[in-house]
Write a protein that binds this ligand. Structure first.
Ligand code: ZN
Length: 337
């Protein structure tokens, strides 16, 4: 972990134009159905590690957007929200089953939003704004669906919140689980270094993409998920961000930037975030290829039934079973090839 910190600290500021403003957001603090949780880890333990890291970095009012299906199986998980709100942060809607909007019709998607609101209203009603986050940051794979769900959200006082910078952090979950299970100390250290380095690398990449579109640094909305590795590394990631000139701001402040406040006029069935949606709207060439490390980490402690692909298949089958969704691979945008 120390080596990663030194490496990251040695590198240049994120932007040559000055400090980069960034709002931290958390998704899926209850994890997902069929996602493996390593022994000695729990969503509440992960949430505690994360709130500690946030307070060390003076980041308050952080919104957690979580799917709620895991709490249907284990209501104790909802104590995560007690802790989160107790620490000065906020809870918001991210649907119940976590289906991509591509896999269901608008009516089913809206029903899934309403189901979560029933579960989270004790906490979500305390938040200063009623925010919503689409699963996979996918806002509708047809113009009709995008309009139907968008209208529903507007009528019910929700503001949808995009992601401008992610780092595919949930893709590390299977490898970290396998490696912890085998108590492979070297592997654990390697994954922590790789995770922090990937967070830095992806922030640089997407911040550069945004400058290519806007000629300035817009306020960013960064996403990390409530996974075991996220809990173990958030503090170090935020150290590295700060050392590279990142200033943490509230989500409300980030939402004032037109990049985030305006909805890109494009139907986007791909798994792409806000910066790249705008790049495609304006025809600006940018790089949105998945980092190669995601293939590398799958070579760590492989075992039948424990690969990222197999775990993802079980997660999707669960969503199909419970919601009647029809999971399908996401199409790639030109900038992802
Ligand atoms: Zn999510």
């Amino acid at each position: 972990m120390e080596r990663a910190r030194e490496n990251s600290l040695e590198t240049q500021p994120i932007s040559p134009l000055g400090p980069v403003k960034l709002a931290i957001t958390m998704d899926d603090m209850l994890m997902w159905r069929e996602a493996p949780v390593p022994k000695n880890y729990s969503p509440l333990g992960i949430a505690r590690a994360m709130t500690q890291a946030l307070s060390r970095h003076h980041a308050s009012d952080v919104f957690a957007f979580s799917n709620t299906a895991p709490a249907e199986d284990d209501p104790e998980l909802l104590r995560v929200f007690d802790h989160w709100v107790g620490q000065g942060h906020h809870v918001a809607n991210h649907t119940h089953h976590h289906a991509s909007i591509n896999w269901v019709d608008a009516e089913t998607y809206i029903g899934d939003i309403e189901r979560t609101e029933e579960i989270i209203k004790r906490w979500s009603s305390l938040a200063p704004r009623r925010y919503f986050r689409y699963c996979n940051d996918m806002w509708g794979d047809t113009a009709e669906k995008q309009a139907a769900v968008g209208d529903y959200l507007a009528r019910n006082g929700y503001t949808p919140v995009p992601v401008s910078v992610g780092f595919r952090d949930s893709r590390f979950l299977p490898a970290y689980w396998r490696t912890l299970n085998r108590d492979d100390r070297e592997g654990i250290a390697y994954l922590r270094r790789a995770f922090v380095d990937t967070a830095m690398h992806e922030l640089r990449l997407h911040a550069a993409n945004a400058r290519a579109v806007y000629g300035r640094d817009p306020a960013h909305i960064w996403l990390i998920h409530g996974t075991p590795l996220g809990g173990d590394c958030l503090d170090e990631i935020l150290d590295c961000f700060e050392a590279a000139g990142v200033q943490f701001i509230s989500l409300e402040a980030a939402m004032a930037d037109p990049m985030n406040a305006l909805v890109p006029p494009r139907v986007s069935p791909e798994f792409i975030h806000q910066v790249e949606k705008w790049a495609l709207v304006h025809g600006v060439p940018v790089d949105d290829r998945a980092p190669a490390i995601l293939e590398e980490i799958e070579k760590l402690n492989p075992a039948p039934g424990e690969s990222a692909v197999e775990i993802r298949a079980r997660m999707q089958a669960s969503i199909a079973r419970h919601l009647g969704a029809r999971p399908a691979p996401f199409p790639l945008a030109t900038i992802q090839c």
